[in-house]
Unconditional design. Structure first.
Length: 285
């Protein structure tokens, strides 16, 4: 027992000293740098050579709120279309450039933005910068790519909304929470509106929002700043800033007093005893 007590005491002392040592460790501030190219692209980067990997993000200032009236789901559809062919890359080339070298990629669409990202060994940084710049300006918005990705989005809607318990519930939450702001529309899209859309509509959306002055390039990892700056200028700097201005959402949601809203949801795929959705909304005047 005495031996156990001694071991316990020694362990406690070692642990205390370790914690005290950690408390004294000073973490150096992150040396995040920023610059803006002549075409308006904002570049944010952090050099970290502790691991031979690099993360590349491109964020576009376009999301579900920017979907054209009557064309809900366009931002989401372009999240998928950006993995299709470009002037210089075949379909799914982004997967080959990342997964085949031990990396990964993904993307997501939200109300306010769409983001694309890759993590790869750092010796592939130049290749990924070229690929991201290529799909920013050279995406093939043709009938084949449009139809295939529209079908993908429609199937995603069926699986995640129509086939899921409570799937439509969350759509009702948004539609009842806002009266005029486009936040009331679901980011995932609308089947009828997607069916009515055309490749020409999609091309207008792409040309309007996928441009350097509406994007951020964010890179973190193992690189040398001078080389990274040179590659950024080489691949992104050559993209022309369009002359047309970027449409912005200027709708202001009117303030409301505390109250409740109700919507008949008898056809929703909701398990439970209630056929209605009620949501109290409190807004400060």
């Amino acid at each position: 027992m005495k031996r156990l007590n001694t071991l316990f005491l020694l362990s406690a002392i070692v642990l205390t000293l370790a914690i005290a040592g950690l408390a004294q460790v000073k973490v150096a501030p992150l040396n995040i740098k920023e610059r803006t190219l002549a075409n308006g692209l904002k570049v944010v980067y952090l050099q970290d050579n502790t691991s031979p990997t690099v993360a590349i993000h491109v964020w576009y200032n376009v999301g579900g709120k920017n979907d054209p009236q009557g064309k809900s789901g366009f931002a989401h559809m372009f999240e998928h279309m950006m993995f299709k062919s470009t002037k210089n890359m075949p379909n799914e080339k982004m997967d080959r450039l990342t997964e085949d070298v031990g990396g990964f990629n993904n993307a997501s669409t939200w109300d306010d933005f769409t983001n694309f990202y890759e993590v790869v060994p750092s010796n592939y940084l130049e290749t990924l910068l070229w690929a991201e710049s290529d799909r920013m300006v050279n995406l093939n918005v043709d009938d084949a790519n449009f139809n295939s990705e529209r079908d993908v989005v429609k199937e995603e809607y069926r699986q995640s909304v129509l086939a899921q318990p409570y799937g439509q519930f969350y759509e009702y939450i948004s539609s009842l929470s806002y009266t005029t702001h486009p936040y009331k529309r679901g980011v995932i899209g609308d089947l009828a509106q997607l069916n009515a859309a055309t490749p020409a509509d999609a091309k207008v959306f792409y040309d309007t929002y996928y441009r350097p002055d509406n994007a951020f390039l964010i890179v973190v990892g193992d690189f040398e700043q001078a080389q990274f700056d040179a590659w950024t200028d080489k691949y992104f700097g050559r993209i022309r800033r369009p002359d047309a201005s970027i449409p912005r959402v200027t709708v202001t949601e009117p303030a409301r007093e505390k109250g409740s809203l109700s919507e008949d949801c008898t056809e929703c795929a909701i398990s439970g005893s209630s056929d209605h959705i009620s949501r109290a909304i409190v807004r400060q005047q």
